[in-house]
Design a protein around this ligand. Structure first.
Ligand code: ME8
Length: 522
C-alpha cells in the first residue's frame, strides 16, 4: 500500500547573520510535525535551507570584506549545524545558489513571462534592505530622528531603476476568490483578515528585478537584471521537489505542499505573492500557509544592540535539546507571540517533564524492578479504573493529539498527553501499589502493568517533541524499534507479561534553578 504524502517547509533563512531561537523555533515546529506524520504513516518531505541572494546578503558580505558566496558558504554551515544541534530531521537542506534551484527560478520566471504577467518598466519608490521589501509612501512611519522607516522599523532608501514588473494588480480578484474557495489557506484564521484587507485595498505591480547589484539569479534573456530575491527564494519550495519537471515523482507526490510554516513577518510574501506567481505559471497554490508569532527574550525584542539575542547553542547548552524543543512549542499557542525567560523554562520543564512525566516513569519502573523481578508484570482481571486509564492513554489520546496536530496546535497536543500522565499519577496514588504489595500482590501486578502500558503509549506519542527521552523510555519498557510508530498505540499491542526490562534510569532530569539557588545562599 502506498503511503499518503505530506510536504512541510520552513522559510529559507537569510545567510546575513547567525541563527537564533526565532529560526530554531520555526525549524523545530516543522521537525515535530514531520516526525509526527512519519510516525503516523505518511511519506514525508521536510524541506528547510537558506536564502543566499539579495541585497541584504550582498551588503553584509561587502561590509565584512568577503564575497557573498564566501559569506553564504560560511553561514549556511551555521544553519546546518543548528539542525544537528536540535535533532532536526530535514529531508533536504536547500541553498538558493545551487544550480538546479537557479534553473528552476528561471523556468518559473519564463512561465510567468509567457503568461503575459511580466513587463519591463521603471521602479521609483522606497525599499527596505533589511526586509527585502518595497513599501508605498503611506505605509512608512518616522523614527525618533525623523527618518522614514518601514512598518518594521527598518530604514528605507529611495530606489529608482529599470526593473521588470509582475502584474500583481491584475491578480487581486483572483486572489480574493482563491481565499474564499480555500478558507483554510491562511492560518491561524485571525491572520487572514489582514491579508484580505491588504489585497482589497488594491495591489500594485511588483518590481521583480534589480540592476544595481549582481548577487542573484540572472533574469532569463536579460542578464543585466537579477531577480528580486523573493521570486528566487519562494521558488525553493518547488525547485526542491523537481520543478520545472512537473512529471517528476517529487513534484507529483509533494505538490501542492501541505503547509508552509512561516513567521508572521513574512506572511504577505507567502499568502499574496506566492499564490499569484504560481497561478500565473499555471501551478496550484500550496494548501496552507501557517504564520506563527514572534519570540522576545525576557520581555524585550531580541536585538544585537541590546545584546539579548538567544542563540540555539546557548539554549541547548543551558537546558539540553529535549527541554529546549519542548519548551518552545509548549510555552506559547502556535500563532501567538512568546517570551523566552529562564523562569518560565525552569517552571515548565520541572513541572511537566520532570515532576509529572519523569516521576511517573521513575516511580513505576522502580517498583517493577523491585517487586516484579524486573519483568513486565502479569495483569489479572481489569477493574473499571484500569480500563479507564488504558483507554485514555490509548486510541483516545492518539485521536485527540492527532486532531491538534492537524491544526498545528502543538501546545494543545502536549496538554492532551500531559493530562494522561496526570491521570496516571492520580491512579498510582489512588491504587497505592506499594500497599498492595503485602495485601494483594496479584492486584499490585495488574496496577503496575496498567502503568507500564500507559508509559509505553506516552513514550510513543512524545517522540516528535523529545525524541531522545522517548527513546530512553521506550527502551526501558523493552519496546522494539519497529513497534514505535503510532499504529502500536493502544491495547491491541500491549506489553507482554514476563518480558525482562532493563534497569530503570531517569529520562527527564530536573533543571536546577541557579537564580533560586543564588537567592537561597544570598
Ligand atoms: O525572511 N520569533 O529570512 P529570515 C519567531 N529569507 N520567529 C522568528 C524570529 C523571532 N524573533 N526571528 C526569525 C526571511 N524568525 C526570508 C524567507 S522564505 C521563501 C524566505 C523566523 O532569515 C520566522 O520563521 O529573516 C521568520 O519568518 C523567519 O525566521 C525569517 O527568517
Amino acid at each position: 500500500m502506498t503511503k499518503p504524502h505530506f510536504y512541510i517547509t520552513t522559510p529559507i533563512y537569510y545567510v546575513n547573520d547567525k541563527p537564533h531561537i526565532g529560526h530554531a523555533y520555526t525549524t523545530i515546529a516543522c521537525d515535530v510535525m514531520a516526525r509526527f506524520k512519519r510516525l503516523d504513516g505518511f511519506d514525508v518531505k521536510f524541506l528547510t535551507g537558506v536564502d543566499e541572494h539579495g541585497q541584504k546578503v550582498y551588503q553584509t558580505a561587502h561590509k565584512a570584506g568577503i564575497t557573498p558566496q564566501a559569506l553564504a558558504d560560511k553561514v549556511s554551515v551555521n544553519f546546518r549545524e543548528m539542525n544537528r544541534l536540535l535533532d532536526i530531521t530535514e529531508d533536504q537542506f536547500i541553498r538558493t545558489t545551487e544550480p538546479f534551484h537557479q534553473k528552476a527560478a528561471q523556468a518559473l520566471w519564463q512561465k510567468m513571462a509567457d503568461a503575459g504577467d511580466i513587463y519591463l518598466g521603471k521602479y521609483a519608490g522606497w525599499y527596505s534592505v533589511r526586509d527585502e521589501a518595497f513599501f508605498s509612501e503611506d505605509e512608512l512611519t518616522k523614527d525618533a530622528a525623523g527618518n522614514k522607516t518601514a512598518p518594521t522599523g527598518a530604514p528605507v532608501e529611495w530606489m529608482e531603476e529599470e526593473s521588470y514588473f509582475f502584474k500583481l494588480s491584475a491578480w487581486g480578484d483572483r486572489l480574493l476568490d482563491f481565499y474564499e474557495k480555500h478558507p483554510d489557506f491562511i492560518q491561524p484564521s485571525y491572520r487572514k483578515n489582514e491579508v484580505v484587507s491588504f489585497v482589497k485595498s488594491g495591489l500594485r505591480d511588483l518590481s521583480i528585478s534589480r540592476t544595481t547589484f549582481d548577487w542573484g539569479v540572472p533574469v532569463p534573456g536579460d542578464e543585466k537584471h537579477v531577480m528580486y530575491v523573493w521570486v528566487d527564494a519562494l521558488t525553493n519550495y518547488i525547485s526542491a521537489i523537481g520543478y520545472p519537471n512537473t512529471d517528476s515523482d517529487g513534484f507529483k507526490n509533494f505538490w501542492p505542499a501541505d503547509v508552509h510554516v512561516v513567521g508572521k513577518d513574512i506572511l504577505r510574501f507567502h499568502a499574496i505573492y506566492w499564490p499569484a506567481f504560481l497561478m500565473s505559471a499555471g501551478l496550484p497554490a500550496p494548501k496552507r500557509v501557517y504564520a506563527h508569532g514572534w519570540w522576545m527574550a525576557e520581555g524585550q525584542k531580541m536585538s544585537k544592540s541590546i545584546g539579548n539575542v538567544i542563540s540555539p547553542e546557548y539554549m541547548v547548552g543551558k537546558y539540553g535539546v529535549e527541554a529546549s524543543r519542548y519548551f518552545l512549542l509548549r510555552e506559547v499557542t502556535f500563532g501567538n507571540d512568546g517570551d523566552f525567560s529562564h523562569t518560565a523554562m525552569v517552571n515548565r520543564i520541572n513541572a511537566e517533564l520532570a515532576n509529572n512525566l519523569g516521576n511517573l516513569v521513575q516511580r513505576t519502573l522502580s517498583m517493577i524492578a523491585k517487586n516484579c523481578e524486573g519483568k513486565v508484570p502479569q495483569p489479572g482481571i481489569l477493574e473499571d479504573a484500569d480500563r479507564e486509564l488504558l483507554q485514555k492513554a490509548g486510541q483516545q489520546m492518539l485521536v485527540e493529539v492527532r486532531d491538534q496536530f492537524e491544526k498545528l496546535q502543538f501546545s494543545r497536543a502536549i496538554e492532551e498527553f500531559i493530562s494522561v500522565a496526570n491521570a496516571a499519577n492520580l491512579y498510582i496514588d489512588a491504587q497505592a501499589p506499594w500497599k498492595l504489595k503485602k495485601t494483594d500482590p496479584a492486584r499490585m501486578a495488574t496496577v503496575l502493568y496498567v502503568l507500564a502500558e500507559t508509559i509505553r503509549n506516552l513514550g510513543i506519542i512524545i517522540q516528535p517533541f523529545t525524541p531522545n527521552a522517548a527513546q530512553k523510555i521506550l527502551d526501558q519498557v523493552a519496546v522494539g524499534a519497529h513497534e514505535r510508530n503510532f499504529s502500536f498505540i493502544g491495547e491491541a499491542h500491549g506489553l507482554k507479561a514476563g518480558t525482562p526490562l532493563p534497569a530503570p534510569s531517569g529520562a527527564f532530569p530536573r533543571i536546577v534553578d541557579e537564580n533560586a539557588e543564588e537567592a537561597k545562599t544570598a
